[in-house]
Write a protein that binds this ligand. Structure first.
Ligand SMILES: Nc1ncnc2c1ncn2[C@@H]1O[C@H](COP(=O)(O)OP(=O)(O)OP(=O)(O)O)[C@@H](O)[C@H]1O
Ligand SMILES: [Mg+2]
Length: 249
C-alpha cells in the first residue's frame, strides 16, 4: 500500500501541493488527472523523493517517512527502492544500448550479477516487444521504442509502484498506442501503477482509481466510473476539454 498524509510542497513562496491525503492499493492502476500546473508532476516526484515535501508523511509497503525534519540517506534510499519513474522524455542513456540501459540499475545496486542483470534485461525487452532491438542505441529507436526501453528499465529494479509522468505525450498517436498497450498489459498483470496522463481513453479503460488535482488540492479521489459520471461542474468542465461525455445516463 502507498499512503500520503498531510503532504505539502512549496517552491519558494509558491504553495504547490496543499495537504494531500491519499491511499493507493497494491495491484491497482491510479490515474492522476488535472489541469496544467495543478501539481501532478510535483506529486509524482514527491512519491519518488525527486522532490522533498516540507510537511506530511509518505508510507510505502510499511516504510514510513515523516517530512519536515532531516532525512538520512538510508531512509531516502529505502523509500526510493519502492518505486521507479518513467518520464515523458524517456531519459535513456544515449551511449548505452537498450540492453545496457535496462541492465544498469540492477547491476549497480548489487542485487544481481552482471550476467543475471543482462538476462533480466533481455527478458524485459522481450516483454515490451523489443526482442529485435536489444543491441540498438537510443538514437536509432523511435520514440515509442525508447519509451518501451524506459519501461523495461523501470521494471528491472522490481519496484512496488511504477510511476509514469505523461509517458505518451511526446509521441505521435501510432507510437502512443504501442506504449499504451504495454501499460495495459502491466495493469492486467495487477502491477501497481500511478499514471499522470491526458489519455482519457486509457484512463476510462484501465484506471481503478482517479485522483483529480486542482490548484494543488485533491478535488476528486475515487473509482474511475464515478469520476467520469460525475456532475461536479469543475470535473465536467475539465472533461469537456477532452470531449468526454458523462457516462451517467
Ligand atoms: N522545480 C520547480 N521550481 C519552481 N516551480 C516549480 C518547479 N516545479 C514545478 N513548479 C511549479 O509548480 C506548479 C505545478 O507544476 P507541476 O509541474 O507539478 O504541474 P503539472 O500538473 O504536472 O502540469 P503539466 O500538466 O503542465 O505537466 C507550476 O506552477 C510550476 O511552475
Ligand atoms: Mg506535469
Amino acid at each position: 500500500m502507498l499512503s500520503v498524509e498531510g503532504l505539502s510542497k512549496s517552491f519558494g513562496n509558491q504553495h504547490i501541493l496543499k495537504d494531500i491525503n491519499l491511499q493507493l492499493n497494491d495491484g491497482e492502476t491510479t490515474v492522476i488527472l488535472g489541469p496544467s500546473g495543478s501539481g501532478k508532476s510535483t506529486l509524482l516526484r514527491c512519491l519518488n523523493l525527486l522532490e522533498t515535501p516540507e510537511q506530511g508523511t509518505l508510507t510505502i509497503e510499511g516504510d514510513r517517512l515523516q517530512f519536515g525534519g532531516k532525512l538520512s540517506d538510508a531512509q531516502v534510499r529505502t523509500m526510493r527502492q519502492h518505486s521507479a519513474m518513467v518520464f515523458q522524455q524517456f531519459n535513456l542513456f544515449p551511449n548505452y544500448t537498450a540492453l545496457q540501459n535496462v541492465a544498469l540499475a540492477p547491476t549497480l545496486n548489487g542485487k544481481l550479477s552482471k550476467s543475471e542483470s543482462q538476462q533480466l534485461a533481455r527478458d524485459l525487452l522481450v516483454k515490451v516487444g523489443l526482442e529485435h532491438r536489444i543491441d540498438s542505441y537510443p538514437d536509432l529507436l523511435s520514440g515509442g521504442q525508447q519509451q518501451r526501453v524506459a519501461i523495461a528499465r523501470a521494471l528491472a529494479v522490481s519496484p512496488d509502484y511504477l510511476l509514469f509522468d505523461e509517458p505518451t505525450s511526446a509521441l505521435d498517436p501510432e507510437l502512443e498506442a504501442e506504449v499504451i498497450r504495454v501499460l495495459i498489459d502491466l495493469a492486467r498483470e495487477n502491477r501497481s501503477l500511478v499514471v499522470v496522463t491526458h489519455n482519457m481513453a486509457f484512463a476510462q479503460k484501465v484506471a481503478n482509481k482517479i485522483i483529480f488535482l486542482d490548484e494543488g488540492r485533491v478535488a476528486f479521489d475515487g473509482p474511475a466510473g464515478d469520476f467520469f459520471a460525475s456532475d461536479q461542474p469543475r470535473i465536467r468542465q475539465f472533461l469537456n476539454i477532452f470531449d468526454v461525455v458523462s457516462s451517467a445516463s
